[in-house]
Write a protein that binds this ligand. Sequence first.
Ligand code: AHR
Length: 584
Amino acid sequence: MKTMKRREFLTAAALSGGALLSGKTATALSHRQPNLPRSAQAADARIEILLNEQIGQISPNIYSHFVEHLGGVVYDGIWVGEESKVPNVGGIRKELVEHMRRIKPGVIRWPGGCFADSYNWRDGIGPRAGRPRHTNFWRDDRARGNTAYQQLDSGPQKYEPNWFGTNEFMRFCKLSGAQPYFAANLRSLPAKDFYEWVEYCNAPAGQTTLSDIRAAAGEREPFNVEYWGIGNESWGCGGRFTPEEYSTEFRRFIAWAPRYKANLKFIGAGPNGGDINWTRGFFNSMVAKGANQLNSLYGWALHYYAGTTGSGKPFEYTTDEWYELLARSDRMESLITQHWGVMAETDPQHRVKLIVDEWGAWHAQDASLPAAYLFGYPGTLRDALVSGLTLDTFNRHADKVVMANVAQLINTIHSLFVAYEDKFVATPNFHVFEMYAAHQGGQAVRTLFSAPTLGFKRAAPNVPPGGFAQMTPQQRANLQAQTQNTTGTFWGLQGSASVNGKTLTLTVVNPHATEIRETEIAVRGAKVLSGQATTLTASDIHAHNSFEHPRALMPTNGTVQVQNGAVVYRFPAASVTRLQLTLA
Ligand code: AHR
């Protein structure tokens, strides 16, 4: 890993008029403020916050979640049952609910994922003892090299008991303070079943047989569920459709869905990462049927997983692999702008917004969780930086992105929590979500960041979940050959800012594994009176929490020095920071 030293950077920037940096950041650096304190003039980096350049309101739904009947997510991550020795509220893990309230969740997406297109909602209603048992979709996930379920003889992770159905999920949403987002089964159930699920949830009690079943289970008031996903990954596990075929199915599903009093918002199964042909094909096919067809599409849901590096083990990575994963996660920015541009070809007014309802890094399972807890691991500081930079990206595109759901909430992939029986721990991702909750509902404003870029030796691109360990020697050699001896570059500092009343929230990621970044922060359009800082960092880039050491990696608080309205802040190496600045 190689970076320019501070002196080299400032000299080179001065000689080149800032040409070392991209256009906007270079301009920012060249406008040094005469009233800044001496220390500020020597800073390595600079952030300008342009209060008058508003982007859009940050939807609280950008801070949303995803739970699927996969591994230990639902059983025992969320649902422990009323009779459990694990403290619970009506069967739902109490410690989880308490933590959920702290992060102000937007919506929770359920029941999948790929599982959704195998799920019959009727199996999860009525008295729990009489609910049917089925083999779980993920029982035999050979595609990802998973054999864990094959070793199981029994258990809710393998044979879905349907103890956690619509009413239990709604209970979890209410306890957490979140709105529900249901994913309808498009692959293996007809549209009629979807309409009837809407009816079960939203019809007034006393009016239909289904709403009476809901009322008999203690839920007289309609749930008024607004967000409905029409299938999931319909290009893959959700039916292997072409975009044109999916567009036909989508229209058929939503055509006469019953409304009741809910303002139904239909969400289309969008692309896998950079697959713009899926986006273009679907949108073209929709407008070919009539320009107004897009009026019924609330959001277009992109999925992007940044994968893993090297061995795939969550705690094992070199410094180069630290940067590699951050750089790969940062692809979210270009995915948003690419798909947004393609959507504009048929929807120039952007009636349809973007949703990213699955995102995160994805490492191999850790031995601290049972084998059946598929893809479960407590993430590290590296994953926390992935969270910070991704949430910053969504904030910077608040005009385009109306919802984002991290995958997933507990016990799998990029989770905020891990739990096993009576053990529970918040991962570094949780701390980032708690810090960033301050952005919710704020007005996103434009920021200009300038800092020395850093370079790293590239690992192979797109290492699949599970890492190299899951690949044949030939696949591994081919992948490595693609990028051998190439160098990657990455930004030196990035973040986002939002304003809520007199409070300016600035969140910043310093990706440098070892260097503090001293930074001038100039707020255009207001004077800063005071500030508070919260930072998540550690001297070891592999730091993480575990059942044995649940508080090994925790945020710390401090104050921000403000002199004559100017702020200089030293962002620690390998950190995610939130500054809350009070404006005059
Ligand atoms: O989050 C795990 C899986 O990843 C989801 O079920 C699917 O939608 C995606 O491929």
